[in-house]
Design a protein around this ligand. Structure first.
Ligand SMILES: *Cc1c(COP(=O)(O)O)cnc(C)c1O
Length: 339
């Protein structure tokens, strides 16, 4: 079975397992875990922020960020197809009492400065007031779009001019950085906080990082405790997390494989494949007469797993456990479904 449902399906490498086994640990709730501290300082530097915090998942990282940046009752400007708005169980409302104002970020999933000005709400007797702008890079739902630094800057500058902070959901931040050939710090330069996942393309078994100013991270640490994310001997997961940072440069291989997959599938009739920018390939199945779900069932019988992304949209996602050979095989197997 070739499993390209998601880059979350990777298994930890031997080195990661060894690192976990040998990790120097302590109680991280009491700031006593040296491996967690090492990871947090390495990551802060990597994303150009003062401090960072290890959290169990990307969802928790995003939710803590929103909670830490805002006050109950405020509004968060989100992109209509963003993860934080669609796939986090309404957490902004549930955990932080926030109201969302979704705006359509178009094909690339990035709001324009003028849309942010239009969506801004001043705090008055009657209105909630905008407390945060949340951006996403790469944009998952739009097809792993690597959003250019200038576009992030434009949105962030509008928010700052209006007086509220910006969070970047960078679950796949390094996929964006590698695809755009810029350091990750260029993508985070004008945002106030960033979350990225150790557990996706980087291949760690567990964990995400939230980074920002020292003072922000101190308050975020308290909110992590509130949400039940304070962990004890977390060096066990920080150690493979440190190893996973070595996988940043190899993300370009996943991107090459995604292009190979897209080009291969484009040879067949019945599917419309969006040219990938990173490791995500979106396929429109409508011309095949199959729904996404029917298409995926047929792919599964041929030995390829993908995920449903809409009634007629399928997502394949390349990762470090599928090599070029496996991708070529996947193309042939999906081809068998289409012919
Ligand atoms: C996966 C993902 C998250 C959440 O990460 P989890 O670790 O699965 O909770 C957040 N944002 C985006 C864009 C993602 O793709």
């Amino acid at each position: 079975m070739i499993d390209i449902r998601s880059d979350t399906v990777t298994k930890p490498s031997e080195r990661m397992r060894e690192a976990a086994r040998n990790a120097d640990v302590g109680d991280d709730v009491h700031r006593g875990d040296p491996t967690v501290k090492e990871l947090e300082s390495r990551v802060a530097e990597l994303v150009g922020m003062e401090a960072s915090l290890l959290v169990p998942s990307g969802t928790m990282g995003n939710q803590i960020a929103a909670m830490t940046h805002t006050k109950k009752g405020e509004e968060v400007i989100v992109e209509s197809k963003s993860h934080i708005y669609n796939w986090e169980v309404g957490g902004l409302a549930q955990h932080s009492g926030l109201q969302v104002r979704p705006i359509d970020g178009g094909k690339r999933g990035i709001p324009k400065p003028e849309q942010i000005y239009e969506s801004y709400s001043t705090k008055t007797l009657h209105s909630s007031g905008t407390g945060l702008l949340s951006l996403e890079n790469t944009h998952n739902r739009k097809g792993g779009i690597a959003i250019e630094p200038k576009k992030i800057d434009g949105a962030a500058e509008a928010a700052h001019e209006l007086g509220f902070p910006v969070h970047l959901d960078g679950a796949r931040l390094f996929n964006a950085a590698v695809a755009l050939d810029v350091p990750a710090t260029r993508l985070t330069r004008n945002v106030d906080s960033v979350m990225f996942c150790l557990s996706k393309g980087l291949g760690a078994p567990v964990g995400s990082m939230l980074a920002g100013e020292e003072e922000f991270i101190e308050r975020a640490r308290r909110n992590r405790k509130l949400l039940g994310g304070g962990m004890r001997q977390a060096g066990i997961i920080a150690a493979p997390g440190l190893v996973s940072l070595e996988n940043i440069d190899r993300l370009s291989k996943d991107h090459k494989n995604a292009s190979l997959l897209a080009e291969g599938l484009n040879e067949y009739e019945g599917v419309d494949v969006q040219p990938p920018e990173t490791n995500i390939v979106l396929i429109d199945t409508s011309e095949s007469g199959m729904t996404a779900s029917e298409f995926l069932d047929a792919c599964e019988s041929e030995g390829v797993l993908g995920s449903e992304f809409g009634d007629y949209v399928v997502r394949f996602c390349t990762h470090l456990d599928v090599d070029e050979e496996a991708i070529k095989t996947a193309v042939d197997r999906v081809g068998a479904v289409l012919s």
